[in-house]
Design a protein around this ligand. Sequence first.
Ligand SMILES: NC(=O)c1ccc[n+]([C@@H]2O[C@H](COP(=O)([O-])OP(=O)(O)OC[C@H]3O[C@@H](n4cnc5c(N)ncnc54)[C@H](OP(=O)(O)O)[C@@H]3O)[C@@H](O)[C@H]2O)c1
Length: 305
Amino acid sequence: MDKLLNIALIGGNSKIASAIIRLIEKETDWKLHVYSSSLKKTGNDRIIHKSVHYSDIKLLKEDFLESRPDFIINTAAMTNVDACEDLRQEAWSANVTFIEQLARLSLIVESHLIHFSTDYVFDGIKGPYSEQDHPNPISYYGKTKLAGENAVLKSHVNNTVLRTNVVYGLTNEHQQDFVQWVINNNESNTTMNIVDDQYSNPTLTDDLALSVKRVIEKKRCGVYHIGGNTYCSRLEFAQQIAKIFHLDENLFNPVKTDSLHQKAQRPLRGGLVNLKAHTDLNVQFCTIQEGLVRLRHQMHAIHQE
Ligand SMILES: NC(=O)c1ccc[n+]([C@@H]2O[C@H](COP(=O)([O-])OP(=O)(O)OC[C@H]3O[C@@H](n4cnc5c(N)ncnc54)[C@H](OP(=O)(O)O)[C@@H]3O)[C@@H](O)[C@H]2O)c1
């Protein structure tokens, strides 16, 4: 690409955004405007952090009209699956209404919109799912995410929807993923109820960030399934975490999803077939063993700083 790219990233505090910022900072010369509800400092003048709440569409519009991003990446979402059952208006507003507005805004400023979605758009009866499989969400979160996808796909802008599942990677002090939850509970010697009947292919945030970079470089449109190379139960994932981080597996209490009586129904055989992304975006996705070893090295390097 000849021209220096200008990228806008919304939901700057999300786990996925952290990995995208790291990759763009390290491996590109692109200019990145990061929008999030709280302002962060950066030592790099190519990475500009802006304190704009995701819902402030007027402010976003003003800013986009000035910065004219080539690509807008949206990672902001209401991601608490159980809270979405209770706070339906808030969930719809964050996961659908905002996305409709963002799609319209992308059209005005002629940007390519890249949006994140989830395997929770499927019912979990026969996963892992390919891009050709028919969505059938069983939770309110899943329904809002599907409606958000449709808003993007039916818009008249260049667009890409990246579905992913069970995301893990380097987190900051305000973020928590499953790996961090297991490590923290191990440190406090707390017993963990872990389901052995929910299946997924956990996805390293670094692989997601690389997929985004490839979508931008190759200008790819449409739906892509981004998932790791190991299909396993949540308990098997926890056992691998214990192995790589030398944790106490005796703290794991295997349970069935039904016994947790959660507000939202979970897809049991979820997960995403990554063949299209692997082939077309040329991303070699990690197994959970590879991903966790890489994560352990990254955490070690940070402790050494
Ligand atoms: N994590 C997973 O396992 C997973 C799995 C499948 C799909 N996804 C999808 O991937 C995307 C990013 O996920 P993530 O786990 O990285 O996100 P996350 O860490 O939960 O962060 C989401 C971000 O969205 C904004 N946000 C928070 N609450 C919100 C609310 N009520 N309404 C609107 N925005 C809110 C915040 O951005 P600011 O603070 O920067 O404003 C927050 O940092 C989402 O679209 C999610 O659906 C995630």
